[in-house]
Design a protein around this ligand. Structure first.
Ligand code: FAD
Length: 408
């Protein structure tokens, strides 16, 4: 009934989930968020993510932009290791100028934490639980949980990432929708033993990259591994020991800081490993269920602007549900139409970025930093044109025009 508070369940409290929760609450919905991880891990896990253009607008309208800017990583320089121990340093602002004029880099956990704080008083959060089953009835959705009591909701939203449980239960197995882009990504929390300040250091070999950057305001750093694989590793995404073994096999003979990174990884609890995969679906809603962010249209971790796409998608979802004045199914269809172009265009970014980010040959390893330096020195307009010719990150993110919310 229009005007009455409808009960919405969101699965996932990272980026897309709390953003959708904020706006749905503001539009009068009664929101519950269920998150598999403990709150402490939500706040700290993960690596640096980017908010570009329209996602910055959403952060501003959500009222969190000052906190986001305050928590930014402050990585100002990227230094590429070259033969003979020399480094080639490129200002970060040059690297992102070709993607968007408005940009902030922030740790995923910081962003999730800020969004949680912005919503915690009005949204009901349940941590360390997960949906077990979803049954749609004509007048609602019956949900059973691993731990909490079963409940009925008017809408269920899957904001639960690449391995979404909502997608699996309602749309089908992950294999149907996941497109492997030919690589893997891992991050590990480690001490900042290089004493880095505002500087990320990057090491390359054919087919693989390693990098270390400091976490601002702490004594910690993040070590990152990015490598190519033509075929998928036969590993479950929860098999942490198997993932660590795979990294030892692939990087075990490498020099630079890699041996220390592997040793830190063996002891680390905060470890992220996933395939660089996209989620490719024709539809992100069915009946009273919707997918948002990586769950519905991940453009690929680290390579596709996924955090920005997730923020924008969550905003559009809530806005279209509000505009539909109680006709939720019409609202969900409008959401789908509203994000389609962005979701489809964002798919082009990952494969193109993968091909430049992880050089295949020894020559490409040597040439890459020079090439990046050359492009980074060009004016932003020329950079944007080059990027657009290649893969359209700028066009993908700019393909959506968001309507400002009405003042409350
Ligand atoms: C711990 C963590 C570390 C990450 N590290 C990196 C990284 O190093 N590099 C990178 O490129 N991307 C990383 N990502 C992904 C990145 O955050 C997303 O691509 C992007 O921010 C889009 O956000 P999202 O909210 O759509 O999805 P995500 O950020 O993936 O969030 C999904 C949320 O759903 C939760 N969830 C998953 N399954 C369930 C379930 N069954 N029940 C309840 N909740 C569930 C997850 O715990 C998570 O909080 C990480 C994500 C997480 C959760």
């Amino acid at each position: 009934m229009p005007g009455s508070a409808r009960h919405v369940l969101i699965s996932g409290a990272s980026v897309a989930g709390p953003t959708a929760a904020y706006w749905l609450d503001r539009h009068g919905f009664d929101v519950t968020v269920v998150e598999r991880m403990p709150l402490a891990r939500v706040r700290t896990s993960g690596h640096a993510v980017d908010l570009f253009g329209p996602a910055m607008d959403v952060a501003e309208w959500t009222g969190v932009l000052p906190a986001v800017i305050d928590a930014r990583t402050r990585t100002e320089v990227v230094s590429f290791q070259r033969r003979g121990g020399r480094e080639l340093a490129i200002p970060m602002s040059h690297l992102v100028a070709g993607i968007s004029g408005r940009h902030v880099e922030i740790m995923r956990g910081e962003l999730a934490s800020i969004l949680y704080e912005a919503t915690r008083e009005r949204v009901h959060y349940v941590f360390e639980d997960s949906i077990r089953s979803i049954h749609e009835e004509p007048d609602g959705v019956d949900v059973r949980f691993e731990h909490s009591a079963a409940d009925r909701f008017d809408l269920v939203i899957g904001a639960d990432g690449l391995h979404s449980i909502v997608r699996r239960l309602v749309f089908g197995p992950e294999e149907k929708f996941r497109r492997f882009l030919g690589g893997y990504l891992a991050f590990v929390a480690m001490p900042n033993h290089l004493g880095l300040q505002g500087r990320m250091v990057v090491w390359n070999a054919p087919g693989r990259v390693a990098a270390i950057y400091p976490v601002h305001g702490t004594t910690s750093a993040r070590g990152g591994f990015l490598f190519r694989r033509d075929d998928e590793l036969q590993l479950d995404h929860r098999d942490v020991d198997g993932q660590k073994r795979a990294l030892h096999q692939i990087y075990g003979r490498d020099g630079w800081e890699v041996p220390r990174m592997l040793a830190e990884m063996d002891a680390a609890e905060d470890f992220y490993f996933d395939s660089i995969s996209q989620v490719v679906m024709d539809r992100w809603t069915t009946g009273r269920v919707a997918l948002v962010g990586d769950a519905g249209y991940s453009p690929g971790p680290a390579v596709g602007g996924g955090t920005s796409v997730a923020v924008v998608g969550a905003y559009v979802l809530a806005q279209e549900l509000a505009r539909a004045h109680g006709d939720d199914e019409a609202g969900l269809r409008a959401y789908e139409d509203g994000v389609r172009e962005l979701a489809v265009k964002a798919r082009a970014i990952g494969p193109a970025i993968m091909s430049t980010l992880i050089p295949r040959t020894t020559i490409a390893v040597r040439v890459l930093p020079e090439l990046i330096r050359l492009v980074a020195r060009m004016p932003p307009t020329v950079q944007r044109r080059l990027f657009q010719l290649q893969a359209t990150p700028a066009r993908a993110l700019d393909s959506i025009s968001l309507t400002r919310p009405n003042p409350v």
